[in-house]
Ligand binder design. Sequence first.
Ligand SMILES: [Mg+2]
Length: 296
Amino acid sequence: MDSTDVAPDLAAARRSLEGLALGDAFGERWFPLFREPRKAFDEIRARRTPHEPVWHWTDDTALARALHRVLDDHGHVEQDRLALYFALAFDADQARGYGHGMHLLLPQLLASPADWRTLAPELFEGGSLGNGAAMRVAPLGARFHRDLGHVAGQAALQAEITHAHPEGIAGAVAVAVAAALAVRGEFTLSRVAGRTPAGTVRDGLLRAVDVPFATEPWKAADLLGNGQRIRSDDTVPFALWTAARHPEDLEAALWATAEGLGDVDTTCAITGGVVGAVTGVDGVPDEWLRRREPLS
Ligand SMILES: [Mg+2]
């Protein structure tokens, strides 16, 4: 099927982007920069809303917006254009918490966007297997939910610009498929695993299938990873487990994800993008929406 043949669901894409940005901004509040981990954990367990008046979103949202814009403009992942938009987002504000690899790569793409083809595979000797391609992709899955094959293909195309390693790409495919399935009312972890390329991300998803939802989230994070290693396979299984645990309640989903700590802005961005694709952000407390940095 040609990429232009899949009718986009723009409303679902927007809901997912709002949820992603909310998760990112909420999750960032629990970073050690703002709260030492014991205090963060206690406050999360007490469901105490972070008191700061402005919750800034981070690189997860900055790059998700860039991807969203390219899809709005072109209808599909136009890779060289996306490389440029990623680089422009980085250039506009480098203090959004980008990882080491992106600090190396994105300035080079600003000068020469098409060079992602040679530069991305050279990162970390074999391409990045980090969670950066997964953290930005849920709105793409929501947008193209009517064709899961298209979702997987477009997710991979946007991933390889920065994350050339197969596991970096697999994480993005998994999250995009999860968001698409959520919008379709078909989201389960085993279905996501069934559409994820073989490897450590899929292995993690299959382990997540076997973690009962009665498990406390921090224990699930112990079993599945919480993103602390910033790898895709350390991040995606837990973030999707909490999304599957709370598919109709964004607030509950984000609290559960936050309990895992680790790379908590990114795990919450992933969960928020998947659950938010269905719920939107209207169900969360007004205070959360007032505090989250606006999207545009
Ligand atoms: Mg971030």
